[in-house]
Structures are given as C-alpha cells and as structure tokens.
Design a protein around this ligand. Structure first.
Ligand SMILES: [Zn+2]
Length: 248
C-alpha cells in the first residue's frame, strides 16, 4: 500500500489526548476526489481528514496521524465530545447523487488494507470503528446506507452483533419495565446509550427519529424505517446483550 502525500491539509492542530482510539468513516458528498482534495486542503474550509480514498483505491494522506484533523465536528461517543482529538478520520470519494455514488471494489479493498494497519498500530477495537452518523446522528448521514459494514465485519475489521444470540423477548421487556423503562422510546434510548450513542440531546420526536435512522444505517440497512419498529427492537436487544456480555 502506497500513501500519496503530495496533498497536505493545513487544517489541523494538536491532539488533546494521546493516541487515537476511534476511526471515523465519512463520505465526501462531492463530485470527485479532485474536488475533495481541494476542499479538504483549503484553509478557508476549516475541515480535513487524515485520509482520502478515491474510487481507484488510491489513498491520500492529508494530515499526520499524530495531529488532530478536523473531520468529526460537534460529536459524541461514550461520553466523549472531542472526537477529533481521539480519532483518525477517513474520507471516501463518494456522493449519493453524483457519478461516484458507489463504493468501488478498489476503494473498499484499500480501506480494508488501511483499517488493518491502523487497528494493529494503535490497537483500535472493532467496536470503535464508527460512522460519522453514529457520532453526529442529528447532523450527518455519512457513510450512509450503502456502506458495506457487513463485508468489513467478515474481514474481522468492524463490530457487528452476533445475531445467533438467543433470548426471551418477554423476559427482557419485563426487566426493562422493572427498571422503569416503560415505553419503547425509553427502552430504545437506554440501549443506544449503553452502546455509545448520544441520547442526552434527544429532546423531540424528530431528533429521536434521526437517531433511530442513524442506528439503522449502520446495523439494519435492510430496514430503514426511521421508526423503532419490532425488527429494530429485536435486533437492538441482541446488540445490547452482546455488548453487555462482552464489556469488561
Ligand atoms: Zn462526515
């Protein structure tokens, strides 16, 4: 894997924490990678990422990994709000309504290679490879519903709940009720909070819908209802139990 370093972004500063613990996946929402390179390296735009991968699988390294690139914006995960200080940002040359509206095989192949390297180098956990929409569900929807999370999981790179876990729905619901989680919304927010999502800033049905949709974009791409329906509930319980059983 060759990193291309002839484009350097001026948009970075010092990390406020030590080594990165998260990797955040983005798409550029721009026409092509050339436009993206100009954008991410323009001082006036005040945004950047550590890497940009184009449709041909070329990997551009725009910001030194020791530095804090500006890709996450206002965000939250597991109680942390300065995600830029704690993460590596990877932009993919993709836009849902332009010619580059597919994640090409070459692009994903390069992404797999770089994720492997970064995970090994920084000992980053699979659970900590996240979508921009996971950490900013009210503002962002990248890398979107087409992003191949399952394929990356098959390569042992990202987390995906074990769907084979068996449980008794009635028993779980009873436990929720016992713990004063009496509405479906309360159950949903409780589980998403344990998983890592920001549930503190959910103060309307609109924001609640956005959060559920962000969850579905990552884990339930075949069920993009934006509603906390029965399929989502059952899947999320599995996810929640997986997390409880694996958290130390
Ligand atoms: Zn993004």
């Amino acid at each position: 894997m060759k990193l291309i370093k002839n484009y350097q972004s001026p948009n970075f500063n010092n990390r406020k924490r030590g080594k990165p613990v998260y990797i955040i996946i983005h798409y550029t929402a721009l026409k092509n990678y050339k436009e993206a390179l100009l954008y991410l390296c323009d001082k006036r735009k005040k945004v950047s990422s550590h890497f940009l991968i184009n449709q041909n699988g070329y990997i551009y390294n725009l910001v030194n990994l020791n530095k804090r690139a500006w890709h996450a914006g206002t965000s939250y995960w597991e109680g942390n709000r300065d995600i830029n200080s704690m993460s590596i940002g990877i932009e993919l040359d993709f836009s849902s309504n332009k010619d580059n509206n597919n994640f090409s095989k070459k692009m994903i192949k390069s992404l797999i290679i770089i994720l492997k390297k970064l995970k090994k180098k920084y000992k980053i956990k699979s659970q900590n490879i996240l979508a921009h929409s996971d950490i900013a569900p009210l503002r962002k929807k990248d890398p979107g519903v087409k992003f191949p999370w399952k394929k990356l999981n098959k390569n042992n790179l990202v987390y995906y709940p074990n769907e084979k876990i068996r449980f008794n729905v009635k028993l779980i619901k009873k436990w929720f009720t016992k713990n004063k989680l009496v509405t479906r919304k309360k159950m949903c927010l409780f589980m998403l909070g344990v998983i890592g999502y920001n549930t503190i800033d959910i103060n309307s049905n609109y924001s609640y819908g956005k959060l559920v949709r962000a969850y579905q974009m990552h884990y339930l791409q075949s069920n993009m209802s934006g509603k906390f329906d029965e399929i989502t509930l059952k899947f999320m319980i599995k996810h929640f139990l997986n997390i409880l059983l694996t958290k130390n």
